[in-house]
Design a protein around this ligand. Structure first.
Ligand code: NAD
Length: 390
């Protein structure tokens, strides 16, 4: 077997060098000026072919402070996404609002012919995701969901291994990872309140974990789910002793741990668990089992898109059980910047030709699983996942 220059590029990252036409500027507005909006703005500011024109935040003065912090001048600030979209000639928006405010601005933007980069998780409920997709379908615009680990070549290797047939037919997926102490409250309570976060660990980091595994096996449709959620840590004032915010316990209205058994089309099962807080270091490695081989994915925080030790493939070789490590690829680019770069590249294509890097059609199934876990946990029994027509 010979390795072509193109194949070799994958390992040297040369393939990532691309020509950028900076004459054509993409006009971008940002909805929600909190924590993650800063990462969007910083990435866009590095792009010669992007013009940041406006931002909106429902908190008076927040958009102004946001731009001032990053030294951005000559831009307009709004108190509502609607006013911004109505008054600006935008090509695209980055929606960086808390989870409960993902659907509404996304629908409004799409209905007004604006391309959308929507932060993860897609939405809070399956119904909201369906409503956003209906608007997307009608608009013909791009809707991409912000899972930056998809840009990681090490993460992409998981899918390549499955697609190569090396593992045979896949029948079992086990999610891993999770945090021992990691309820996200660095800038307030938007992640933990029901009215803003809507869902907890299951949506925040569970959505990454589900994406890593389901993307690898071609996003089979989920059929049934038996889910469990709990909130023993988030509702305990002692949890917040170090941060001096015992009052957060009263505000905590979401899950901090979830587990589920999900049946997927094609005879595959997903054994899922995720945690913001637990008396354990990690829920373990993620596993993909197939008829010819197995893949061990080291426990990962998911969001940063990398694992620290190599993937391991387990197979019978010469009739003997063997295991080999997959060499890790040194990532020379920033995954977050790459996720926005790929979005802008698609927006620049002629109308109707641009494609979502992370499509709603895939993430609909991710959302359906999350929605199913929450509903099944509430009912205390297994449920069928019903996905409406779009
Ligand atoms: N991809 C990643 O690595 C990553 C990391 C962190 C957060 N996130 C996601 O980004 C989203 C935002 O997280 P955050 O930590 O920045 O939250 P945040 O609470 O710091 O910021 C959200 C901001 O949105 C504003 N807002 C809410 N509704 C609005 C509306 N309709 N119009 C305008 N502004 C509105 C709020 O006032 C707030 O300032 C969440 O869904 C989260 O899951 C993604």
């Amino acid at each position: 077997m010979t390795v072509s220059d193109k194949d070799w590029d994958v390992f040297t990252n040369e393939a990532k060098k691309e020509e950028i036409d900076s004459k054509k500027k993409v006009k971008v507005g940002i909805v929600g000026c909190g924590w993650i909006a800063g990462s969007h703005l910083k990435a866009y500011l590095k792009m010669e072919d992007v013009e940041i024109v406006a931002a909106a935040d429902i908190i008076p003065g927040k958009a102004e402070k946001f731009f001032a912090k990053y030294g951005v001048e000559g831009v307009r600030c709004y108190l509502s996404h609607k006013d911004m979209i109505d008054n600006e000639d935008l090509d695209a928006v980055s929606i960086c609002t808390y989870n409960c405010q993902h659907a509404e601005p996304a629908i409004y933007a799409l209905e007004h012919g604006v391309n959308v980069m929507l932060e993860k998780p897609f939405t809070v409920t399956l119904d909201e995701a369906v409503a956003v997709m209906k608007a997307e379908k009608k608009s013909g615009k791009i809707l991409t969901i912000g899972f930056q680990p998809r840009m990681s070549e090490n993460m992409q290797m998981i899918k390549k291994i499955v697609q190569s047939g090396e593992l045979g037919d896949i029948y079992y997926l086990q999610a891993g990872g999770g945090r021992r102490r990691g309820i996200p409250t660095p800038y307030g309570t938007s992640f933990i309140e029901k009215e803003t976060g809507g869902i907890g660990a299951v949506g925040d980091i569970g959505s990454y974990s589900i994406d890593m595994l389901l993307n690898a096996v071609g996003y089979p449709k989920p059929l049934t789910v038996s889910g469990y959620t709990s909130n023993f840590f988030g509702t305990d004032p002692n949890y917040y002793a170090k941060s001096n915010h015992p009052e957060y316990a009263e505000k905590f209205g979401v899950d901090d741990f979830a587990a589920a058994f999900v049946r997927l089309e094609g005879g595959i099962v997903l054994d899922f668990r995720i945690s913001w807080a637990m008396h354990m270091d990690t829920c373990g490695d993620a596993l993909i089992l197939g008829t010819k081989g197995g893949l061990r994915i080291p426990s990962t925080e998911c969001w940063n898109g990398e694992f620290k030790t190599p993937l391991k493939v387990y197979r019978n070789i010469g009739g003997e059980p063997m295991c080999y490590e997959v060499p890790m690829i040194e990532t020379k680019f920033d995954l977050f910047e790459q996720k926005l770069r790929s979005f802008v590249n698609e927006v620049k294509k002629p109308d109707g030709e641009g494609k979502a890097t992370v499509s709603s059609a895939e993430i609909l199934y991710n959302q359906a699983i999350i929605d199913g876990i929450v509903k099944s946990a509430e009912l205390g029994k297994e449920i069928e996942i019903q996905i409406p027509e779009i």
